[in-house]
Design a protein around this ligand. Structure first.
Ligand code: NI
Length: 405
């Protein structure tokens, strides 16, 4: 794709690129090894061992066992300067892989179906390159290999256990391989990039009975159906139409027989929004709507509403730095997809609450190679050309942010 056209902008630019391109076979090899041994959140032991083996081999200082399986590595430049962190998540998903490739998952029922194997390979490639080029940047680069992004979240416990301190991180960057964009593109924006993630479970307690005698019952299915419809009016009728939000009821379980009125109904789902000012808005409307409907039908309810991740908010200055780097790496005006946003969530948001930073999407789909299944699909895979592009973007971000005096 775009990356294979080697139009040199300057000798220095092309030298860095050529050297990173020689890393490409190893990036692919690391990613495929990781892909074969996917592990779920907080159980990334083989993955962490893979990472630390490489770091040891390259003489890079690191700490292990942070928030169970997290790894933090530090590379110092040859001059004093700022501290830039690069974050990569390590966990896989409970999905049975359906790809038939030589590097298929060897762990039954588990799969790197979101590309986090690629994130680790890109961070390792960046660490390897920088460890051999300490003279090209001032300050320190800290690599944060984080467990459990897919839930329940490894970023927060890593922060609590000091991942951003000693040395104190001034800014943080991270990426997500992104099959919603073709390889050779990057999606990014200042401000809210990914949504807050909130989850709910609601049990409606009615009164069961004979399917032919509804007057003797409180039908939890009828009450639940009213609640499902009414919850949709939060976005349609309560939220400022210039803001965005999603309410999804993903589970609705009730009843066991066709002639019995169900005693209880269980609803579960997720809420998404970008504006941090809405942090209490949905929770409050849920309470009001569910309480009101249940009261009017004589049902009782239990609502468990919880906040998982805050929205991913990109800092303007760091995003401008990333964008200007990407403009050099991807030499086409179509390479940057501006104002890229998704209602997906990410616990990178916790790091971005602590220090200014930028999270961006690295395009990784290639339809002509059949590599365009969506994330979390049992046939998800991506174009590995993106690995080298990711390393080049990170390396150049370091050289720009930690510029030599
Ligand atoms: Ni992911």
């Amino acid at each position: 794709m775009v990356f294979t056209s080697l139009t040199p902008l300057s000798t220095e630019l092309s030298r860095v690129r050529l050297e990173i391109r020689t890393l490409q076979p190893r990036l692919v090899q690391w990613r495929r090894s990781l892909h074969q041994y996917p592990e779920l959140g907080f159980r990334e032991h083989i993955t962490a061992e893979f990472i630390t083996r490489k770091l040891r081999e390259w003489g890079i200082d690191h700490q292990t066992g942070i928030a169970t399986t997290g790894v933090v590595a530090v590379i110092h430049g040859t001059q004093p300067g700022p501290v830039l962190a690069i974050r990569a998540d390590m966990d896989a998903l409970p999905i049975q892989e359906e790809n038939q490739v030589p590097y298929c998952s060897l762990h039954d029922g588990m799969m790197h179906a979101c590309g986090h194997d690629g994130h680790v390979a890109i961070a390792l490639g960046t660490a390897y390159y920088l460890s051999k080029h300490r003279h090209t940047f001032a300050g320190t680069v800290k690599f944060i290999f984080q467990p459990a992004e897919e839930g329940p979240g490894g970023a927060k416990p890593m922060i609590e256990q000091g991942a951003l301190r000693n040395p104190d991180v001034d800014a943080i960057i991270g990426l997500h391989l992104w099959n919603n964009l073709p390889v050779g593109t990057v999606g990014v924006r200042t401000g809210a990039m990914m949504a807050a993630v909130e989850l709910f479970d609601c049990i409606i307690q009615g009164k069961g009975g004979h399917g032919a005698m509804p007057h003797q019952t409180v039908d939890s299915i009828v009450v639940g159906a009213q609640i499902v419809s009414a919850l949709q009016t939060i976005v349609a009728r309560n939220l400022d139409p210039l803001k965005s939000g999603v309410v999804t009821v993903g589970k609705f379980h009730a009843g066991a027989a066709l002639n019995v009125i169900a005693d209880t109904a269980e609803l579960s789902g997720t809420v998404r929004y970008f504006d941090p000012g809405l942090t209490d808005f949905f929770n409050q409307r849920f309470e009001e709507i569910i309480a009101g409907i249940c009261q009017s039908y004589g049902a009782r309810y239990e609502l468990n509403y919880r906040k998982l991740y805050p929205p991913v908010i990109n800092n303007e200055a760091i995003t401008n730095l990333v964008t200007s780097v990407v403009e050099n790496v991807i030499e086409t005006p179509l390479g940057i997809v501006p104002e890229c946003q998704t209602m997906g969530g990410e616990d990178m948001s916790f790091f971005l609450q602590e220090v200014p930073g930028c999270f961006f999407f690295l395009g990784s789909a290639n339809a002509t190679k059949g590599l365009d299944y969506p994330h979390h699909h049992p046939r998800f895979d991506f174009d590995e050309i993106a690995l080298g592009i990711g390393v080049e973007i990170f390396v150049r971000c370091v050289e720009r942010y930690c510029a030599l005096a």
